[in-house]
Write a protein that binds this ligand. Structure first.
Ligand code: SF4
Length: 323
């Protein structure tokens, strides 16, 4: 339903263009929770913005495209980069990072809902009728309709996040993109938000794309996931397979660094830091931190390729499964 083809993007700076996404290729399917993981600065948020067709200066597309395919009156219709924004809210919606701060703190939520719902979707309703539908939807999500009378500054961070998610899903879009939806919330509230997202995806039978730096979040709720490193995809596959048998050395180290119940031994972090995007190393960008790096790795960048059915990896050491 969402296809990313040969996508490369850069940020324009006074010192020249800085490549942030490097030849990304993958697909997101209907009715799945797809996760995008990786350390801060690896390009996850930029990728999500491009999926949502937010390509504003200084971001530019150097090559490639995103194609969103949805059903309209029983027929498949495709929208490409540049046109995806025409179907915002209706087919695709976005919960941005720090979403809680996108609400206007001094405007009641009822007005923010009304302002966000396109006229065409209100089906000639009066404002009161639309708000009745919104109130009913909030109840379906176990949220009080009284929220509509509140100003965002009166709500906790968790409740503001729930309100944003309700707003993003009110029109039953085919795909919802959520960027770090649990960041800056305490663990109990985080769990509640994740449960809400899972319940919503089940109810709407749509697709949720979840960006999180916290690989534990992906383990809990995603069905497939991609792991990004320094602007490229390092590994992609079913989440259960990746956790059972990580193939890329970076994925292995990320999973080994996760805390485990009952195991009090110190977890080893990943040595070193991701490379600066302004001056990435030649060859495999993970080589300076990789315990298995060879001379080949330091010269030739590995190709992101399918090594098992549905499993993609960019590493010279991972062999393709014999067919
Ligand atoms: Fe490590 Fe080489 Fe694989 Fe890169 S290509 S992850 S350096 S083994």
């Amino acid at each position: 339903m969402l296809k990313v083809e040969n996508l490369s993007t850069s940020y324009r700076t006074i010192d020249g263009d800085v490549r942030v996404l490097n030849n990304i290729n993958f697909q997101i399917h209907e009715n799945e929770i797809f996760g995008i993981a990786g350390e801060s600065g690896c390009g996850k948020t930029t990728l999500l913005k491009v999926l949502y067709d937010i390509i504003d200066f200084p971001l530019q597309i150097d090559s490639g495209r995103v194609v969103l395919t949805v059903k309209e009156n029983g027929t498949s219709v495709s929208y490409e980069t540049g046109k995806i924004r025409d179907v915002w809210w209706k087919h695709i919606s976005y919960v941005p990072q720090a979403a809680q701060s996108v609400l206007n703190p001094i405007t009641r939520l009822r007005n923010q809902f009304l302002d966000s719902i396109p006229e065409e979707y209100r089906k000639n309703e009066t404002k009161e009728q639309t708000l009745e539908r919104v109130a009913h939807y909030l109840e379906e999500l176990s949220l009080s309709p009284d929220l509509l009378d509140a100003y965002p500054f009166q709500l906790s961070g968790g409740m503001r996040q729930r309100a944003i998610i309700a707003l993003a899903t009110f029109m039953s879009p085919s795909i919802v993109l959520a960027d770090e939806p649990t960041t800056a919330l305490d663990v109990v509230v985080q769990r509640g938000i994740l449960m809400m997202l899972m319940r919503l995806q089940k109810k709407l039978k749509n697709t949720l794309v979840l960006v999180s730096h916290d690989i534990g979040v992906h383990y809990q709720i995603t069905t497939r996931m991609g792991i990004m490193y320094s602007g490229s995809l390092a590994e992609l596959g079913k989440t259960a397979d990746i956790f059972r048998n990580p193939l890329h050395p970076y994925t292995k180290l990320l999973i080994e660094a996760l805390p485990r119940i009952g195991d009090k031994s110190p977890r080893a972090g990943i040595p070193g830091r991701p490379p600066a995007l302004t001056n990435p190393p030649a060859g495999c960008r993970f080589a300076p931190r990789c315990p298995y790096a060879t001379d080949t790795c330091r010269v030739h960048a590995p190709v992101f390729r399918e090594v098992q059915p549905g499993r993609f990896v960019a590493c010279h050491l991972v062999q393709e499964e014999a067919s």
